[in-house]
Design a protein around this ligand. Structure first.
Ligand code: PA5
Length: 482
């Protein structure tokens, strides 16, 4: 439950949550600017799409849309039980005290959110700086592919140092994760013995039932539950994301508060909010044949957030031969690789730029004055790199808009846990609306099963005998053709 009041500006909110017991608090909000997109759509089309988006939003809150059994994320920031939060914090503390290295084993929604958050919140070179600068253990991700070499090299990185693992899988049966977990469980048992290995294995899985839950209970591993009504790619604000983030020293309470604030903001502004507007433009551009949304990140700390966002929107909307293809670029890095295409290639995309607006004085790097002006940069002396980045941002935005690429701008007030919580919730909410407008179930992923079925059949797993026969015939046919 949340009580909130408007302070007069769109970007400031006062809230009091029952969970945190916070009294009045001001918050700068993540916000969307549509100025450079408006001229690409007609007023009439916008109004019609807005009605569809409001209907989509109503479906979300009424729980009457497809996939409604997976809407648990909607209330998650508010409904999070204090005891569950405390368990995550004490578990994280235990891992921090006993481990030099922490390995997160998971794939898709079971790792992208925590990876994004740690990259956004923590030191840019988190694993490489002395522990005093990062507080938590080094953190590595595994189980997100089938590379044996990667696992072997990761063991070399761990060396003699103490390690704990967190295996994360909502279904508890994902093959990439399961194989990596089997590898690490063996490694831990060989190295520490069974009893100590048990203390170094942490399991995050569906709270009600999953094969991994059974394994954890039988083996005595520390178990953290994922609410059954929260799907993988919407699970960053559950133990899935929160445990690794807390291990890294990230402020998970503030992150949840940020998500709560965004939720309150969106609820209050149901008739016209930024998530609604984002969903409107996404669908308008899709209908115009702009089938790619390019998330353009103005700071390296946003790179992995874009990876999380790609899964969120790609897996939620890409069905029934519909949906925008989510792609991402880093600015200004990729202006030197893909900038030409964005400016002048096929007109298939629109761009959503994500930009952190706060420039911290303690992080500023200033162009210095040089006596001989050896590189001709003296005219820029005194300018910070953030200021230069801002000019590059304005320059590229205007150039791309002029080149026929509509531009939305998502402004993130700070590089902190509050802003990140807001961002996560904003995107999830917009994704739910946008998927409903598109006419798909945003909360399932039937297409992912196709590769799994083929893989299981080719691996010779039980129950896939007929598919295996058909696939082997196809493979032989391909071999004959080569
Ligand atoms: O969004 C989803 O549900 C999926 O993409 C999952 O996150 C991904 O497949 C991993 O599944 P699991 O957590 O069950 O191992």
């Amino acid at each position: 439950m949340i009580t909130e009041m408007l302070l007069g500006t769109e970007s400031v909110i006062i809230l009091k949550t029952e969970r945190t017991g916070l009294s009045l608090e001001k918050k700068l909000m993540v916000s969307l600017c549509e100025k450079n997109a408006r001229s690409f759509v007609t007023e009439e089309a916008f109004v019609i799409m807005k009605q569809r988006a409001i209907a989509g939003q109503d479906l979300l809150w009424s729980g009457k849309g497809p996939g409604a059994e997976y809407l648990g994320w909607l209330d998650l920031p508010e409904s999070f039980a204090e005891s569950d939060l405390e368990k995550i914090e004490t578990t994280a503390e235990e891992i921090r005290n006993t481990s030099d290295v922490f390995v997160v084993i998971g794939i898709g929604g079971s790792y992208l959110g925590s990876y994004a958050a740690i990259s956004f919140l923590r030191h840019r070179f988190y694993n490489n700086v002395p522990r005093s600068l990062r507080q938590g253990p080094e953190i590595y991700f595994a189980g997100n592919h089938f590379s044996g070499r990667y696992l072997k090299e990761l063991i070399e990185v761990i060396g003699e140092r103490d390690v704990s693992v967190n295996v994360i899988s909502k279904s508890g049966s994902t093959m990439e994760t399961a194989v990596a977990f089997r590898f690490f469980r063996q490694y831990l048992e060989d190295r520490y013995g069974r009893e100590e290995a048990v203390r170094r294995i942490f399991v995050t899985t569906d709270a009600t039932q999953s094969p991994l839950k059974d394994i954890a209970e039988e083996s005595g591993y520390c178990l953290l539950g994922i609410p059954s009504n929260v799907g993988g790619r919407f699970s960053v604000l559950t133990a899935v994301g929160l445990l690794p983030i807390a291990v890294s020293g990230g402020d998970i309470r503030t992150m949840l508060d940020g998500a709560s604030a965004m939720r309150a903001h969106l609820l209050r502004e149901k008739d016209c909010n930024d998530a609604l507007i984002y969903a409107i433009y996404r669908n308008l551009f899709f209908e115009q044949g702009k089938t790619v949304e390019l998330m353009a990140c103005c700071d390296p700390c946003l790179h992995h957030l874009a990876e999380w966002w790609k899964q969120l929107f790609g897996e939620s909307e890409g069905k029934n031969h519909l949906g925008l293809f989510p792609a991402a670029v880093d600015l200004t890095t990729d202006l030197h690789s893909l900038g030409q295409f964005i400016q002048d290639g096929s007109r298939i995309m629109f761009e959503t730029v994500v930009r952190i607006t706060e420039h911290r004085a303690d992080e500023a790097v200033v162009v210095t004055e040089s006596l001989d002006d050896f590189d001709g940069l003296n005219d820029l002396s005194g300018m910070t790199m953030d200021e230069m980045n801002a000019k590059a941002f304005y320059g590229s935005t205007m150039a791309h808009t002029d080149g026929g690429v509509p531009n939305l701008l998502l402004s993130v007030p700070n590089k902190n846990a509050d802003s990140l919580g807001q961002l996560f919730y904003f995107y999830e909410y917009a994704c739910g609306i946008s998927g409903y407008v598109l006419g798909v179930n945003p909360f399932d992923q039937p297409g992912v099963e196709a590769y799994k079925r083929n893989m299981y059949a080719l691996l010779g797993r039980k129950g896939y005998e007929e598919e295996r026969r058909r696939l082997l015939e196809r493979l032989q046919e391909t071999d004959r053709l080569q």
